[in-house]
Ligand binder design. Structure first.
Ligand SMILES: [Cu+2]
Length: 479
């Protein structure tokens, strides 16, 4: 505990202007909220950004990389000097990064050493239903399951996480998620920043008790007040004065982020959930709902060594959740990377064969979150879809008061977002997506096709506490 300080003191330190970003009146606001921020949190930007280690294959053949991961309890040092009990893949918080290459199969043996069931979903993976982490296929305590991932899809930032029904939100909150990155030769040829300059930035929030242990409460969006970046609160990241590819992953259960650079410089979006956009899109800010990803290129070459650039979150509720990561710019280094004007061909799913409407709702009598008026039943098929058919989905958030946002995640495919309430969508939503934000009272139209496997895939709200409570359904892909 000696290297940690109480939040109260952290606020004082913040107020003396370490970041230069403390807003007038901010302290007063934080004082009011102090009771909602239990636990011990270090002063801003005192811990280095952790880069989750890459998983090492246990065996490589001509066609396949084999991994063994263990789902287990572990102790993680999230707050300096504090051992926090987490759930983990291989003892890592967040889980190890799996690096796959298009066309090379990956097989992950997941051994469950927890006392309850576990099941692993590769979010954004085009995998068969048997390997998709359906909650019907749980791994019993002491058991294992081999997940086969063909990686027959374009380069993309995916992530894997738990999907046990009713437990997924708690399991993910306690640590069961990690990134899974697919690269491919076409993407490598583009010359985007690579290697040490290609960095996952995994964002989430967490709630601690006074002893620095995780507190999970279903549906709690109020007290999960500590934002973590790659598992640390408000880290700093020493960067060279050159371009970086930052793979932004919203791995939070319920929290939305709206990200910008404190200097007002552009974030150049190059990819979304399912991989590259047709063309790079410079933006001043990027909003990500839970489970959405966006890869951005940030160019630090214009800053003098010693410059501090903060990744800010306009949706933060206090200084610590608004200033979430600081880049400390170092010396310039040779940078041969580039961002070409064209990245890939635009998705073309053709003319739609049919239109389907799905709706997010709520039953105030029993407080149930509903998809199409129903709570999830894994023995029920909610949508029969012909393989190869192109469908338009009109996804409605029917709205409640006060308004609650949702988002839609489809398993087993990627889709094109057509419009939101008839309006064009944000630049990062113009690429292949697997999760899309649907504001209260809003309708989003997407175009989608499942064209590979037959069988059952989930679709659900990815405010994962909502899906845990039943805001989930399943499609059956039929011949
Ligand atoms: Cu929801």
């Amino acid at each position: 505990m000696d290297r940690t300080i109480k939040r109260r003191d952290a606020l004082k330190l913040g107020a003396v202007g370490v970041t230069g970003l403390v807003v007038p009146g901010g302290l007063g606001l934080n004082s009011l909220r102090r009771k909602e921020r239990p636990g011990v949190v270090p002063a801003a930007f005192t811990v280095p950004l952790q880069i989750p280690r890459a998983a090492r294959p246990v065996m490589r053949t001509l066609t396949t990389d084999y991994y063994h991961l263990t789902i287990q309890e572990a102790q993680a040092e999230i707050l300096p000097g504090v051992r926090t009990k987490v759930l983990s893949y291989d003892g890592q918080f967040p889980g190890p990064t799996i690096r796959a290459v298009k066309g090379r199969r990956v097989v992950v043996r997941q051994t469950n050493k927890l006392t309850g069931e576990a099941v692993v979903h590769l979010h954004g993976g085009h995998v068969s239903p048997a390997n998709d982490g359906h909650p019907a296929n749980g791994i019993v305590p002491g058991g294992y399951r081999d997940y086969e991932y063909p990686n027959d899809q374009p380069a993309a930032t995916l992530w894997y996480h738990d999907h046990v029904h009713h437990m997924e939100s708690e399991n993910v909150f306690r640590g069961l998620s990690g990134t899974y990155l697919i690269s491919d030769p076409a993407e490598l040829r583009l010359g985007l920043p690579n290697g040490a300059y290609d960095v996952p930035i995994i964002l989430r929030d967490i709630r601690f008790d006074d002893a620095g242990q995780i507190v999970y409460e279903m549906g709690d969006f109020k007290y999960r007040n500590t934002v973590l970046v790659n598992g640390s609160p408000q880290p700093y990241f020493k960067v060279a004065a050159r371009k970086y590819r930052l793979r932004l992953v919203n791995a939070a259960n319920m929290r939305f982020f709206n990200l910008s650079l404190s200097t007002g410089a552009d974030l150049t979006v190059v990819a979304s959930d399912g991989g590259l956009l047709p063309a790079p899109q410079p933006v001043k800010s990027i909003a990500l709902s839970p489970a959405e990803r966006a890869d951005v290129v940030v160019d630090f070459s214009g800053y003098a060594p010693g410059t501090q650039v903060v990744l800010t979150n306009a949706f933060g509720t206090d200084e610590a959740s608004r200033s979430i990561l600081r880049f400390d710019v170092g010396e310039p280094v040779r940078d041969r990377s580039r961002v070409p004007a064209t990245l890939r061909r635009r998705m073309n799913l053709g003319e739609p064969d049919q239109t389907r409407t799905v709706s997010f709702g709520f039953n105030p009598q029993n407080q149930e979150w509903l998809l199409d008026g129903k709570t999830f039943d894994m023995n029920r098929v909610d949508a029969k879809i012909k393989r190869g058919d192109t469908e338009i989905w009109q996804i409605q958030n029917l709205g409640v008061s006060p308004p609650v946002p949702h988002n839609m995640h489809l398993h087993g495919t990627h889709f094109e977002v057509l419009d939101r309430d008839g309006q064009p969508v944000a630049p990062h939503e113009t690429g292949p997506k697997d999760t899309v934000f649907v504001a209260s009272g809003s309708t989003v139209r997407i175009k989608v096709r499942w064209d590979t496997y037959l069988g059952r895939y989930l679709y659900h709200c990815h405010l994962i506490d909502h899906s845990s409570m039943g805001m989930m359904a399943q499609a059956e892909i039929v011949a």
